[in-house]
Design a binder for this molecule. Structure first.
Ligand code: PLP
Length: 268
């Protein structure tokens, strides 16, 4: 009999095109050798050209998915992706408290504050951003916004590495244990520099910028590889270094799909 691998949970939306969302998370979990579980929050009607429909799952069903897998199978680390509505965010916060996911409990919790797709399709309702700030940030072990999400969350327009450090401070004040400001969207920078901050120390993580348009699911892939490393017992800085390495490889091996934007790859 084979030993049970580390078990991880993604609380996220489905991308019918298989590029981003929980499909990217499951692919990444598989590549990282962990057992992936899903609490589905929304079903998007999506292909490589964008999102044309969203059907939201009832909040009590989202909460029940979290609780039922935690109680039986157990969760060593969890992450969030698309959460769609303030009602789902409130249900996720309560369910996570009940099964000890997040800062108040003992299980590492990565909150990726997904707001929109790279095509600009809205994945979070306008009133839900404040719920994300107040309900989930204080519970998070780590938050992983990109620069567009930083602007929506704390109003900082990041153009330099110094701006990224200031934004990391503002985000940290919302309550997460660690903040990761991802620099991938700073297109003038020849490097992709991410800034990790725990309220005391800044860690800068540089990686070469890879020239490709096919980056669909990049953020999800980074957050889920970090979550996999946390489930294996890595410290937050080590897990983030692993996630940075993983997503850099995933972008380097991204492939075209359909007639629009292709996904980053979890297999190389
Ligand atoms: N669709 C779903 C369901 C997602 O969760 C996400 C990101 O989390 C996206 C689409 C957008 O991915 P991207 O911005 O990489 O296109």
């Amino acid at each position: 009999m084979t030993a049970t691998p580390p078990r991880v949970l993604t609380i996220a939306g489905s991308d019918s095109g298989g590029g981003a969302g929980l499909q990217a998370d499951l692919r990444t979990f598989f590549a990282c050798g962990v057992h992936g579980m899903t609490a589905v929050t929304a079903v998007t009607v999506q292909n490589s050209l964008g999102v044309t429909g969203v059907s939201v799952i009832p909040p009590d069903v989202v909460a029940a998915q979290i609780e039922t897998v935690a109680e039986d199978i157990g969760v060593l680390a969890a992450k969030t992706g698309m959460l769609a509505t303030a009602e789902i965010i409130a249900a996720v916060a309560k369910a996570c408290d009940r099964v000890h996911i997040g800062r108040q409990g003992t299980i590492p919790f990565v909150v990726d504050p997904v707001a929109a797709s790279m095509h600009g399709d809205q994945l979070l309702r306008d009133d839900a951003m404040s719920a994300l700030r107040t309900e989930l940030f204080p519970r998070a072990t780590l938050v992983t916004p990109n620069l567009d999400e930083v602007r929506l969350l704390v109003g900082h327009d990041v153009r330099t590495h110094a701006d990224a450090r200031e934004a990391a401070k503002a985000l940290h004040a919302l309550g997460p244990q660690w903040t990761l400001v991802k620099g991938g969207h700073l297109h003038d920078d020849p490097q992709c520099v991410d800034v990790l901050y725990d309220g005391e120390t800044f860690i800068e993580l540089p990686a070469p910028r890879i020239d490709t348009v096919h980056t669909h699911g990049g953020g999800d892939t980074m957050a889920s590889s970090i979550t996999s490393a946390l489930a294996r017992g890595a410290s937050v800085p080590d897990a983030v270094r692993f996630g940075k390495w993983f997503v850099t490889n995933a972008v380097a091996h991204a492939y075209p799909l359909g007639s629009g934007v292709g996904p980053v790859s979890a297999f190389w």
